[in-house]
Design a protein around this ligand. Structure first.
Ligand code: COA
Length: 161
């Protein structure tokens, strides 16, 4: 396992400024960051996998050590395939803690060589999540502050369809 290679998993439906903040912090800490989209048959995302990938590639294009990928199945197995020693997760508020704590310990049980590193996004994004942004946008509310410009454009297009 390479301790300088990290993976940042999530649904990214769509990627928000909060996610981007975490990605930028991770990019400054690790040699390589693989942002990986979870393909989850139980979630019904608004954006397809390829749309989410396109948005992630676009908003991280200024970060040369960031790659975008997909994964399906067990996260630890994916990390092993990529030889990544670190899983990145964002911690926004205390409410994230219990779920993240459980995931982190379970993943460590599955592979003790893989550690989870928690990064705190800027406090101005601490209450943000993708469903909130999607809901606001569906009511035509202003979500400019929460999203990278490219994502904002894609979200607007989605609601025009
Ligand atoms: N800024 C803004 N929003 C953020 C955020 C940040 N920094 N960090 C998380 N969020 C939001 C997301 O937008 C998402 O919002 P939504 O639910 O409204 O769509 C929510 O928080 C959940 O975060 P996300 O990072 O997408 O995680 P998830 O819970 O969907 O995904 C996986 C978790 C994919 C990492 C986990 O389910 C997994 O590992 N699955 C693979 C199967 C596996 O290995 N299971 C065993 C795990 S122990």
């Amino acid at each position: 396992m390479n301790k300088l290679v990290s993976i940042y998993p999530g649904t990214f439906d769509p990627v928000t400024n909060g996610h981007l903040d975490v990605i930028e912090r991770a990019s400054g800490l690790f040699e390589k960051v693989i942002v990986t989209i979870a393909v989850n048959q139980n979630k019904k995302p608004m954006f397809s996998e390829s749309e989410r990938k396109d948005m992630l590639i676009n908003v991280t294009s200024h970060l040369k050590n960031v790659e975008v990928d997909f994964f399906e199945g067990l996260l630890v197995k994916y990390a092993e395939e990529k030889k990544a020693g670190v899983i990145i997760r964002g911690l926004r508020a205390i409410s994230d803690f219990e779920y993240e704590f459980q995931m982190s310990l379970t993943n460590r049980k599955l592979n003790p060589e893989i550690n989870t590193v928690f990064l705190m996004p800027h406090e101005k994004y601490s209450y943000l999540n993708s469903s909130l942004v999607r809901e606001l946008a569906s009511f035509n509310a202003n979500v400019k502050e929460f999203l990278p410009e490219y994502v904002l454009k894609k979200l607007e297009e989605k609601f025009k369809q």
